[in-house]
Design a protein around this ligand. Structure first.
Ligand code: BGC
Length: 636
C-alpha cells in the first residue's frame, strides 16, 4: 500500500520555501558534481582514511598471515572486490581506475602491447600501473600478468625459448627450472610480476591448436617439468608469480565438441570420467601445489553438466580441499561469462561461489564490480567467500615480496642478454628429436657445400611460433637479436663450407647433402585447430626440388605438433622434429653438425594416420594400429 502525505496549508511560507528548495537543489547538484568529478558518479562505499603508516601489514618483518588479516581488516567491500578483478590493459578505461577501484591486477592478453613496443615501453607501462596502485588508500601493489610461455616473447628483443613441447622432449627439469628463472628475470626487467605459465594440459589429439603449449600427455612428465617451471618462476628474489593452467582435463576434448563458434577442439567438452581425470589429469596439479604455485587458471571447457569454472566440486572440494591449494584461482579470459547462458550477474555468483578468486575481465570491469557488490548485499555471495578469495590473493602478493619491493626495480641488463641466449641455444639442442638417420647425420665439416631450403629455413617467426610479439605470432625475421636456422648453419659451418640457400629448393649445382626446413605457419589456440595436420605443398615441393641436386636430404620439421608424414618419410634420409625452438636457430645447427649430441625423446606419440587419434590416456592408439613413432622414441 502506498503512503499519502497529510496536506498542510503552506501559503504563508511560499517565498521562503522557494528559496530553501532552490538552495537545497543547488547544494545537491554541487555535491553530486563533486562526487561525479572525484568518483565518476559511482557509490564506492564509505570513504575511509588511510591506515596508519605503521600498520602491521606494512611491516616486512611481520608474519605473512598476520599481514593479510591486518590488511583485510581495513578493507571495504568495494576494495575487496577490486582486488578480485583482473582487467585487460586494452579495456582499462582510465589509468586512475586502478586506484579508484583498488584493482588487484591487470594483464596484457597476447598482443595487448604498449604504444612503444620495446622493453622500455613495457617497463614504463608497468611502472605507470604500479605507481597508480600506490595512489589508492591502502596502497596494495598490483599484479601485471602476461603469457611468457616461451620466454617474455611478447616483447621484441626478448630471449625466446622452445615452446613447452620441446622442453617436454628434453625432459630435463633443471633446464626447465633455469628457463623459468631467466624468463622471470626478463619479465622483471620490464616490471612484470605474473606469468600465465606453465601449461599442465595433456593433449590427446594432434589436431588441437594448443598441443605445443603442453610438455607432454604423460602425467609424470607434466608433473616433473611443470613443478620445475613453477619453482624457477617463483624463486623468492625474483618476485614473479606463476599460474598453472588450464585446470582441469584440458587436452582431452574431442574434435567437434567446441562451444566456440569457429573452433573445433579448443573450448570443447571434457569426455573423461572423474576417475580418469583423477588418474591422468590431476597429478600435475598436485605437483604444482606441492611446488607452491601461486595461482591456478581454470579451463574454458565443460565437464559433465557444468562448466569447469562453475564446478564447485573441482575448484573448492578437490583443488582447495583435497590438494590443499593455498594460492588463488583465476578464470581464463572471458571464462566467467563465456557459455554461461545465465546473464552476467548469475555467472559471477556461480563462479565465485564455485571457488573462483579472481576474474579475468578482458572486456569490461565495472559491471563485475557492481554485480559482485550487489550479490554480497543480497546474500547471494557470502562475505566469508569474498574474504577467503581476497586473503588468498593478498597472501601471494605478500609472499612474492611485492609490498616490500620498490616500484622502479628493474633488471634491465637481463633482458635478451647473451647468457640467456646461450641457455636458449642449449635448450634448442636438448629439445629436437632425431627420428630418422640413414647415415646422413652428423654433417661432415669437410663438405664443400650444403643446400638449404624450405619455408622455415630463414624465418624466425616460423621458428618461434605463436605467442611471439603477436598472439598469432609473426612471419619473417623481424625479431631483434634472433638467429634463423640458416644463419645458425652459416655460423656453425664456418668459412670453409658454402651454404647455398633457396627457399623453394631450386639449385643449379650438386651437393652431397641438402637440409630442408619445413614448417607450419604460427597459430594460437582454436585458430590452430586443424582437421588434417600435414605438410604444406610448397614444402613438399621444396623437398622434391632439393632431392634433384642433393645426394641425401635431411628434413627438419618446425611444428607445434606431430604432422602426418607417413607417406613421405621413406623418401627422406633424415628427419629431425625441432618443434618450435625459438629465437636461437644455431642450436639446430649444433645438432646437425654433431657439436652437440641428440638426446631428446618424443614427449607424445606420433600417429601414423588420422584414425589413430585421439590417443588413449595410456599413450596408445584409439584403433590399436601401429603408431609411426611411440612416445619416448628418439635416436641418439
Ligand atoms: C588463454 C590463456 C591465456 C589468457 C591470457 C586465454 O585466451 O586460454 O591460456 O593465459 O588468454 O592471455
Amino acid at each position: 500500500m502506498s503512503k499519502k502525505k497529510k496536506p498542510v496549508r503552506a501559503d504563508a511560507f511560499k517565498p521562503i520555501k522557494k528559496i530553501v528548495i532552490f538552495s537545497s537543489f543547488a547544494l545537491t547538484l554541487i555535491t553530486l558534481g563533486i562526487l561525479f568529478f572525484v568518483y565518476g558518479g559511482e557509490d564506492l562505499g564509505p570513504q575511509l582514511p588511510p591506515p596508519p603508516a605503521n600498520a602491521i601489514y606494512r611491516q616486512a618483518d611481520q608474519p605473512i598471515d598476520e599481514r593479510v588479516q591486518d590488511l583485510l581488516s581495513y578493507m571495504t567491500l568495494e576494495e575487496k572486490i577490486g582486488q578480485m578483478s583482473l582487467v585487460d590493459k586494452n579495456s582499462l578505461i582510465k589509468l586512475e581506475d586502478i586506484s579508484r577501484y583498488s584493482l588487484g591486477a591487470v594483464l596484457s592478453g597476447a598482443g595487448a602491447k604498449p604504444d612503444i613496443n620495446t622493453a622500455v615501453g613495457w617497463a614504463n607501462l608497468a611502472e605507470s600501473y604500479k605507481t597508480q596502485a600506490m595512489q589508492s588508500r591502502l596502497q596494495i601493489p598490483i599484479l601485471y600478468g602476461v603469457d611468457a610461455n616461451h620466454g617474455h616473447a611478447n616483447v621484441p628483443g626478448a630471449t625466446v625459448f622452445p615452446h613447452a613441447i620441446g622442453l617436454g622432449a628434453s625432459n630435463d627439469p633443471d633446464l626447465v627450472e633455469k628457463i623459468a628463472f631467466v624468463t622471470s628475470e626478463e619479465l622483471l626487467a620490464t616490471g612484470i610480476n605474473w606469468n600465465y605459465s606453465p601449461s599442465l594440459d595433456a593433449p590427446k589429439d594432434i589436431r588441437w591448436g594448443r598441443v605445443y603449449e603442453a610438455y607432454s600427455d604423460d602425467p609424470e612428465t607434466i608433473s616433473r617439468l611443470g613443478s620445475a617451471y613453477i619453482t624457477g618462476t617463483q624463486r623468492m628474489e625474483s618476485g614473479v608469480l606463476a599460474s598453472a593452467k588450464h585446470f582441469l582435463g584440458t587436452g582431452s576434448m574431442r574434435w567437434g565438441s567446441s562451444e566456440h563458434k569457429t573452433y573445433q577442439i579448443d573450448h570443447g567438452i571434457i569426455p573423461e570420467s572423474e576417475n580418469a581425470l583423477r588418474r591422468y589429469y590431476l597429478p600435475p596439479y598436485k605437483a604444482a601445489v606441492d611446488a607452491d604455485v601461486a595461482s591456478i587458471m581454470t579451463a574454458l571447457t565443460r565437464f559433465g553438466d557444468s562448466r569447469v569454472v562453475d564446478n564447485k566440486y573441482l575448484l573448492t572440494d578437490v583443488l582447495k580441499g583435497e590438494l590443499n591449494f593455498q594460492g588463488f584461482v583465476v578464470s581464463d579470459w572471458y571464462g566467467t561469462y563465456e557459455y554461461a547462458n545465465t546473464g552476467d550477474y548469475s555467472a559471477n555468483v556461480k563462479t565465485i561461489n564455485a571457488g573462483l578468486d579472481m576474474a579475468m575481465l578482458p572486456f569490461e570491469y565495472k559491471n563485475f564490480l557492481n554485480d559482485v557488490r550487489l550479490a554480497v548485499d543480497r546474500g547471494d555471495i557470502t562475505q566469508e567467500r569474498i574474504d577467503d578469495a581476497v586473503s588468498r590473493i593478498l597472501k601471494q602478493k605478500f609472499k612474492a615480496g611485492l609490498f616490500d619491493t620498490p616500484i622502479a626495480t628493474r633488471l634491465t641488463d637481463a633482458f635478451g642478454s647473451k647468457e640467456h641466449r646461450v641457455l636458449a641455444r642449449e635448450a634448442v639442442s636438448s629439445s629436437a628429436v632425431l627420428l630418422k638417420n640413414d647415415a646422413v647425420l652428423p654433417l661432415s665439416k669437410s663438405t664443400d657445400r650444403i643446400l638449404v631450403a624450405g619455408s622455415g629455413a630463414d624465418n624466425v617467426g616460423r621458428q618461434t611460433g605463436a605467442w611471439t610479439v603477436e598472439w598469432q605470432g609473426i612471419d619473417g625475421n623481424d625479431l631483434p637479436g634472433s638467429t634463423s636456422i640458416l644463419k645458425g648453419l652459416k655460423q656453425v659451418a664456418g668459412n670453409d663450407i658454402e651454404i647455398e640457400y633457396d627457399e623453394s629448393g631450386n639449385f643449379n649445382q650438386k651437393a652431397s647433402v641438402g637440409i630442408v626446413v619445413v614448417s607450419e605457419k604460427p597459430y594460437a589456440e582454436g585458430f590452430g585447430d586443424n582437421p588434417n595436420p600435414i605438410l604444406a605443398i610448397e614444402d613438399l615441393q621444396a623437398i622434391e626440388n632439393t632431392k634433384k641436386q642433393a645426394d641425401k636430404v635431411v628434413v627438419v620439421l618446425l611444428s607445434g605438433r606431430p604432422l602426418l608424414i607417413t607417406d613421405q618419410l621413406q623418401n627422406w634420409d633424415g628427419l629431425v622434429a625441432a618443434w618450435l625452438p625459438g629465437s636461437e636457430g644455431a642450436g639446430i645447427a649444433d645438432l646437425l653438425f654433431g657439436d652437440t649430441p641428440f638426446t631428446a625423446k618424443l614427449p607424445i606419440a606420433w600417429p601414423a594416420t588420422l584414425q589413430q587419434i585421439p590417443m588413449q590416456n595410456n599413450g596408445q592408439t584409439s584403433d590399436d594400429t601401429t603408431l609411426l613413432f611411440e612416445r619416448g622414441y628418439g635416436l641418439n
